[in-house]
Design a protein around this ligand. Structure first.
Ligand code: SAM
Length: 342
């Protein structure tokens, strides 16, 4: 039945879904900007570049399905029920976020989580979020917050790591491959990879046990997935254990030296010939026209390492760690870098 519907039907349904998320968010943002005199407007060329990137991302998402790089069901996999359940929690949390922003207090963490056990750079309220990454409550509202922040494109940008994985598995024996997602958070990327490649054994690593607890719910119906609560600077895996490593939206939250340490670890745990696929924020190296938006993100959210990250270059970092770069692709406000361990 599904297969009989013409491509134009799916394209229209997909655009309608994305528009119904993006349009109200864009209107709300415009209203907030109009009310807060401090938020300066982008130049026309910058706004145009952003719109063009948005349209290209959606087109790319559809094209990936049409050439068989991932299944169509991913286009319609936004968990609206789960987000509807989390949204009231997010809204009721807003007053404490506003209070924290006013006080510029980024050390407001739950003492029962024993923040002192975590690295200093991690002990903070990234994005001003309540409890930082150190509570179940934070993990429960994280996915819907990120999806709202990116106006319905967070999962779309995440799944741009799948095409290189699909191409890689097509030339290997899937049964012998293993994939590691570094900084997997609540498991949104792993869930999408599992839909595209149900037989691929998956491992997710994250330093937050609270986010991994949420990931267990998200990955409830995935049969072969292990979740490990550890620091990516020192991963508990033997050399060369994984065929593919991925990482999504992690590196912009790490200090410069830690970024390189995590990449060195990724290199160590990959087998020779193994593939690393990273999706993270755009950088000036390939996304100069978005400089206004990247700068605004650093100003409006508590992201202390972001400004320096934007001026750094993931591809260059990977080269320094010994990887060979196979592709650098801009995707809306993110980029995907594909690299191989020689
Ligand atoms: C911005 S979130 C991205 C999460 C997820 N990949 C996604 O796409 O939503 C960054 C994640 O990296 C984790 N993280 C930060 N530093 C880490 C470290 N040193 N080792 C392991 N995980 C880390 C955080 O706990 C958090 O879950």
């Amino acid at each position: 039945m599904e297969a009989d519907l013409p491509t134009s039907f799916w394209r229209t349904a997909y655009h309608a879904q994305q528009w119904s998320i993006m349009f109200p968010i864009a209107r709300l943002r415009r209203l907030v900007s109009a009310l807060s005199a401090s938020d300066e407007a982008p130049a026309a060329e910058a706004a145009h570049a952003l719109q063009e990137r948005y349209a290209t991302l959606l087109e790319r998402d559809l094209a990936n399905v049409e050439v068989g790089l991932y299944p169509r069901e991913l286009l319609f996999q936004i968990p609206f029920g789960r987000y509807a359940w989390a949204l009231p929690k997010l809204l009721s949390d807003l007053p404490s976020v506003i209070k924290r922003i006013s006080a510029r207090d980024h050390r407001d963490l739950p003492t029962e989580a024993r923040p002192e056990r975590y690295p200093a750079y991690y002990r903070r309220n990234f994005h001003w979020q309540t409890d930082g990454y150190l509570s179940r409550r934070s993990a429960e509202i994280y996915d819907v917050s990120v999806e709202l922040l990116f106006a319905g494109t967070a999962d779309v940008m995440r799944r741009q790591i799948i095409p290189p994985i699909s191409r890689e598995l097509a030339v290997r024996k899937t049964g012998t491959a293993r994939l590691l997602d570094i900084g997997c958070g609540t498991g949104r990327s792993l869930a999408q990879i599992a839909t595209a490649h149900p037989n691929l054994p998956l491992t997710g690593l994250d330093i937050s046990p609270y986010y991994l607890h949420e990931a267990r719910n998200v990955l409830d119906d995935v049969s072969d997935v292990s979740l490990i609560a550890e620091n990516a600077e020192n991963m508990p895996f033997r050399d060369g254990y994984f065929t593919i490593a991925t990482s999504v939206f992690l590196f912009h939250e790490l200090p410069r030296t830690v970024r390189r340490q995590v990449l060195a670890e990724a290199y160590r745990v990959l087998e020779p010939g193994g593939l690393l696929v990273i999706a993270d924020s755009a950088q000036l190296a390939e996304s100069g026209p978005l400089a206004f938006f990247l700068g605004r993100f650093a100003r409006n959210f508590h992201e202390p390492f972001y400004r320096e990250y934007v001026e750094d270059d993931l591809a260059e970092m990977l080269g320094e760690c010994g990887f060979e770069i196979e592709a650098v692709e801009p995707h809306f406000v993110s980029k995907v870098v594909v690299a191989r361990k020689p």
